[in-house]
Write a protein of this length. Structure first.
Length: 171
């Protein structure tokens, strides 16, 4: 009868372990989905901010261009090298600023993607760790239940005071 009880306990423990692992697995998948959603929202927000900054740069360029053209017309130097040089430098500066913003956005997106992959791999590592714990627990329970069924006595090690040799290991 004690053997049957031990088997029932082992079966219940194994079932509880598997159920617990499945629930943890489900929770990890939900967490990964939520993290991905958060990352997507963050990327969308960054893209909106980048577009607003681009519009602002272009708006400022138009204002500055009109000011340069008006100033050149007022002073009678329209189409002069000074006006053309100023307009060219303005265009170059704006293009440089836009390229820099694009580069920063790409870097932020790459960092976000790398962080997401890292979190995914951490979840997988935890999952495999749980599989190992389950296997270890089942092995321990199986070993415990096997020793309950085994009627032969297990030899006990001799107490330290009765061991052979000296404390240094030399006879």
């Amino acid at each position: 009868m004690p053997q049957a009880a031990a088997l029932v306990v082992v079966a219940i423990a194994a079932a509880a372990t598997v159920y617990s692992q499945n629930e943890q697995n489900r929770a990890q998948k939900n967490a990964a989905r939520a993290q991905k959603e958060s990352s997507d929202i963050s990327q969308a927000q960054q893209k909106n901010q980048e577009m607003e900054a681009r519009r602002q740069q272009i708006r400022q360029q138009r204002i500055r261009r009109a000011q340069i053209e008006q100033s050149a017309a007022n002073t009678g130097v329209s189409a002069s090298s000074g006006e053309l040089g100023s307009l060219s430098a303005l265009g170059t500066n704006v293009a440089s600023n836009l390229a820099n913003m694009s580069s920063q956005a790409s870097a932020a997106q790459g960092i976000g993607a790398a962080n997401q992959r890292s979190a995914d791999f951490m979840g997988q590592a935890q999952q495999w760790g749980m599989y190992g714990q389950i296997a270890s627990s089942v092995g321990s329970l199986a070993g415990s239940s096997a020793s309950l069924f085994n009627k032969t006595p297990v030899a006990q090690p001799a107490p330290i005071s009765q061991s052979v040799g000296t404390p240094t290991g030399h006879n």
